[in-house]
Design a protein around this ligand. Structure first.
Ligand code: PLP
Length: 368
């Protein structure tokens, strides 16, 4: 007789299923829908980068690399960060920003520890905290989606180990104010927790004064990636910089978790900083303005200053009901509950072809 298996570890039983996955599957099954749910650029990786990848394969770059990444790429990233004025002790190459987030939370958070996560949030954050046995603590940023140091201070306890910031923000498009970031750095210094700063949307800033955490302190853990900047989401390549002691331990975690990142992706990325995305940024700024001009006539929304998302308030403040109505009308959006403890808003992406975007906006206006 076979004995019933013991339950799975709480690190997986605590995970919250992603509603975004569900929308992704609906989009795949129904290509006729206008899909405003997508979380990646709508342009392809540039040809010279594709060729660089092919050359790397043919040149035999198919073996293990050092855990931290090939030295040429680490040097290039260091030069790039230094040129931007970002302060850091050390860095290494990760499997996308997601890899950098996983490793930083694994390095900082243990069972019972708390991580402050501004709400709305990128879907992975809370679950990455659960995977480390920690507890995410939401810092409400409604209605303007700006993080306020005063609100964060109120949430700090003896168990606070980290605060995760994401500016430009997914899903709200907010860019955090420098003055608040300075206060948050002071709080982190005073209470001894780390700030993890997810900066993957910095290529897509349309207005406002953006400040990287790395300009304010050498003590933040800064997560970045080639996914959005070089339209390489499928290549899974990113990097993380921060204080040497933390980075060193994170690199050890990477070694035991998956040895290193993909070799061909790293050799390809040797030319990724050459990608000029200013034209795409201009296109996205135009699309953003088009969405804002149309939606603001009927919806309550904040103008996105970066990323490629809007996070308007749903009619009646019921985003799941609105998701169903939008779907019935042929438009896919993502209900706010996938990014928040509330379900009052919804996310749309404007990284979509102009004609589809306009049709999608018309339908949303009719539904308001
Ligand atoms: N961080 C944010 C805020 C994101 O929106 C995403 C992807 O959508 C990621 C991280 C993941 O990036 P990567 O593809 O580099 O793992």
């Amino acid at each position: 007789m076979r004995r019933t298996k013991h339950p799975l570890a709480t690190r997986v039983t605590n995970l919250e299923p992603s509603g975004i996955r569900k929308v992704f599957e609906i989009a795949n099954a129904h290509p006729e829908y206008i899909n405003l749910s997508i979380g990646e650029p709508d342009f392809d990786m540039p040809m010279f980068l594709k060729e660089q990848g092919i050359k790397a394969i043919l040149a035999g770059r198919n073996r293990y690399t050092p855990t931290r990444g090939i030295p040429e790429l680490c040097r290039l990233i260091a030069d790039q960060l230094t040129a931007e004025g970002i302060r850091f002790g050390d860095l290494f190459v990760t499997a996308g920003a997601t890899g950098g987030l996983l490793l930083s939370i694994q390095a900082l958070v243990g069972p019972g520890d708390e991580v402050i996560v501004p709400d709305p949030y990128f879907v992975a954050y809370r679950n990455l905290v659960y995977m480390a046995g920690g507890t995410p603590v939401g810092a409400d940023t409604y209605p303007d989606f700006q993080i306020k140091a005063g609100a964060v201070e109120f949430l700090i306890t003896e168990r606070t180990r980290a605060l995760i910031l994401n500016s430009p923000n997914n899903p709200t498009g907010a860019i955090y104010e420098r003055a608040e970031l300075e206060k948050l750095v002071a709080l982190a210094d005073h209470h001894g927790f780390y700030i993890i700063s997810d900066e993957v949307y910095t290529p897509f800033i349309y207005e406002g004064n953006y400040t990287s955490l790395g300009l304010l302190t050498d003590d933040a853990i800064i997560v970045n990636s080639f996914s959005k900047s070089a339209a390489m989401t499928g290549w899974r390549l990113g990097y993380v910089s921060g204080p040497a002691g933390v980075i060193d331990r994170m690199a050890m975690l990477q070694q035991y978790a998956y040895a290193s990142t993909n070799s061909v992706a790293q050799y390809t990325a040797l030319r990724a900083f050459e990608v000029d995305y200013s034209e795409q940024r201009g296109n996205y700024r135009r699309k953003r303005d088009l969405c804002y001009d149309m939606l603001s006539t009927r919806y309550e929304l904040h103008k996105s200053r970066g990323s490629f998302y809007f996070f308007p308030k749903a009619p009646d403040g019921n985003a799941t009901a609105f998701f169903e109505r939008a779907r019935a009308a042929g438009v896919l959006i993502i209900p706010g509950k996938d990014f928040s403890r509330r379900d009052t808003h919804f996310r749309i992406s404007f990284a979509v072809a102009d004609d589809l975007l306009e049709q999608g906006m018309e339908i949303l206006l009719h539904l308001a």
